[in-house]
Design a protein around this ligand. Structure first.
Ligand SMILES: Nc1ncnc2c1ncn2[C@@H]1O[C@H](COP(=O)(O)OP(=O)(O)OP(=O)(O)O)[C@@H](O)[C@H]1O
Ligand SMILES: [Mg+2]
Length: 246
């Protein structure tokens, strides 16, 4: 009998549509979601590996970021806006569905802009399929668990800063960037976990969020012996974005 019955139940629409054939292993069980490595079906390229992200339902999560999430995003319909404000059951469910859909859309925008993220492949309800970063033997490690000499870390940091700038140039800030949400695969850093990404044109705390993201990344680089001033980098980046120079 399958070891992953819960996951197969949640992923049934993908299994029935030939997008997946099998759930292979659980990769991680985080605050917001559980991620599985699965075997793709014919509709996605038989035999290929894909990652399935199954989000926790609203009752099983705290939605700590709901304030940040809601601010700066327009919600259609008066009833919906009211439910969101009072955070009743309908409001929480709505917030949840928007949160999940937003991550899928944001990954698509980033992927199309050439920023290294797992390619989003399919979306249904509270579950998403995306490119699996890894192979048959191993999965991409989180950057935080990778220690390397300063020279290598500097090269990775330069790439990460380039992609942070790339995101800002399409008016997106990751919002939870750290060594946990960057995976390193074949020497390439990939950004993951983007449901809280925000638009600096409308989000009131965007500059601080950008500086916090940069600080966390520079902390990782600092632990590898790279000396870097996150505040100076962030201030310069923000200024260039503000002036329309990115
Ligand atoms: N596309 C992928 N390919 C391979 N592994 C992945 C992929 N996406 C996520 N993972 C693994 O699953 C973990 C959790 O993913 P993610 O950060 O998106 O979920 P989360 O629930 O928000 O987790 P957390 O609360 O721990 O941040 C990642 O750290 C990584 O180890
Ligand atoms: Mg994460």
């Amino acid at each position: 009998m399958s070891q992953h019955l819960d996951a197969e139940w949640a992923l049934a629409p993908f299994l029935e549509n030939g997008l997946l054939t099998k759930v292979l292993s659980r990769q991680s069980s985080g605050k917001e979601a559980t991620v599985y490595c699965c075997e793709a079906g014919p509709a996605l390229g038989a035999g290929r590996l894909v990652a399935a992200k199954i989000y926790r339902s609203p009752e099983r999560r705290a939605f700590k970021q709901h304030v940040d999430y809601a601010s700066g995003r327009y919600v259609r319909g008066r009833t919906a806006r009211k439910a969101l404000k009072t955070r009743n059951e309908f409001g929480r469910q709505m917030l949840f569905e928007k949160w999940v859909a937003f991550e899928y859309q944001a990954l698509g925008r980033l992927h199309r802009a050439g920023i290294p993220v797992p390619e989003p492949l399919a979306f249904s309800g509270c579950n998403m399929l995306m490119e699996f970063l890894g192979d048959d033997w191993t999965s991409a490690p989180q950057l935080r668990s990778v220690k390397m000499p300063a020279q290598g870390a500097q090269a990775i940091l330069n790439e990460v800063l380039e992609w942070v700038e790339g995101m800002l140039s399409i008016n997106l800030i990751h919002g939870d960037l750290s060594g946990y949400n960057i995976l390193l695969w074949q020497q390439q850093p990939y950004f993951i976990d983007v449901p809280q990404a925000l638009d600096p044109r409308v989000h009131p705390g965007a500059r601080d969020v950008l500086l916090r993201d940069l600080n966390r990344i520079c902390e990782w680089a600092g632990a590898c012996g790279v000396s870097v001033d996150a505040c100076a980098i962030g201030t310069d980046l923000w200024e260039r974005w503000w002036q329309g120079e990115l």
